[in-house]
Design a protein around this ligand. Sequence first.
Ligand code: ADE
Length: 244
Amino acid sequence: MGAMPEEIEGLVDLMANVTEVNIGMRTYYSGTLNGNKVVVVFSRWGKVAAATTVTTLVLHFGITELLFTGVAGAVDAGLNIGDVVVAQRLVQHDMDARPLLPRFEVPLLQKTYFETDEALRARAVKAVEYLVESRHLHQLTENRFLQKFGIEKPAVYTGDIASGDHFFSNAAAKHRLVEMLPHTLCVEMEGAAVAQVCYEYRIPFVVIRTISDTADEHSPLDFPLFVRHIASRYSVAVVKAMVS
Ligand code: ADE
């Protein structure tokens, strides 16, 4: 599952025996990738959209594991545009059922953080490291795009991702988040919702995000250009390397 339509197109191009099914305003592509049975779909944006899409993958398509890719805004100051974050844990930063429950705790689950699958996480880190070391990621796009976004050698990080129905575009909001959730590496709008559904249905999953911006007003980013020429190509290469 991907949070960018461009990465879905790129993956479908690599699949064999593709069939399409439309359910609930989403197109699910089934087929094989490197000989493995896969279903590929655009999550759409936000927690509800992503949770609904995962539920269909589980109940209609019977998936047994899930890889979720997309972009994220950097919260940790050490991250650079083009770096890749493999989630260790995901938290819903807009969940707040106080005074009934502690802030961020998901009702009825007694959980604040959802952990990704250890084996999938290791496979994702290995795949990204290999693609960086072999300079494969550099070959996926033109130098002028790498230069435009200041990408030299992407780094891979493992850690916490915070998700919620909010696009971070100012530093004050970002700093408020860091005060509350200091271990957060990056923010996005779907991962922790996907994580909750996978937890409830016991589906091993991992979330892999390319840093697209600094989650504040200083981000000089041409978002569509970054997605088309960098992030979606990274995602396709990483998933292809993981599904082999
Ligand atoms: N996904 C990519 N960048 C983001 C941001 N700044 N806030 C939330 N989700 C994002």
